[in-house]
Design a protein. Structure first.
Length: 115
């Protein structure tokens, strides 16, 4: 079965950095667009970043220039490197794999940015 296992996250001070990882299994990773979304308390889940199988990337405006999404198809892993973190980046972050009508989710990982 398909599994997306996330790692990374935690508590960091404003201006700090974190890298999230999401390792996929049970699917042909290179066929999937991979993304990161987040959900803050009391808010809806929102798109953060996405990388297509060809490497094209897309970002939420508020994270452009601070976050970088990358993928390693040999390791079936997608990463989200987050720099210059702000308190408003505090949320549970989810990775997502999507191809046509198929969509899979990671378990979520908490990122907390203290002011």
């Amino acid at each position: 079965q398909v599994q997306l296992v996330q790692s990374g996250g935690g508590l960091v001070q404003t201006g700090g950095s974190l890298t999230l990882s999401c390792a996929a299994s049970g699917l042909t990773f290179s066929d999937y667009a991979m993304g990161w979304l987040r959900q803050a308390p009391g808010k809806e889940r929102e798109f953060v970043a996405r990388i297509r199988s060809g490497g094209s990337t897309y970002y939420l405006d508020s994270v452009k220039g601070r976050f970088t999404i990358s993928r390693d198809d040999a390791k079936n892993t997608v990463y989200l490197t987050m720099n210059s973190l702000k308190p408003e980046d505090t949320a549970v972050y989810y990775c997502n794999a999507q191809a046509a009508l198929r969509s899979y989710w990671g378990q979520g990982t908490q990122v907390t940015v203290s002011s």
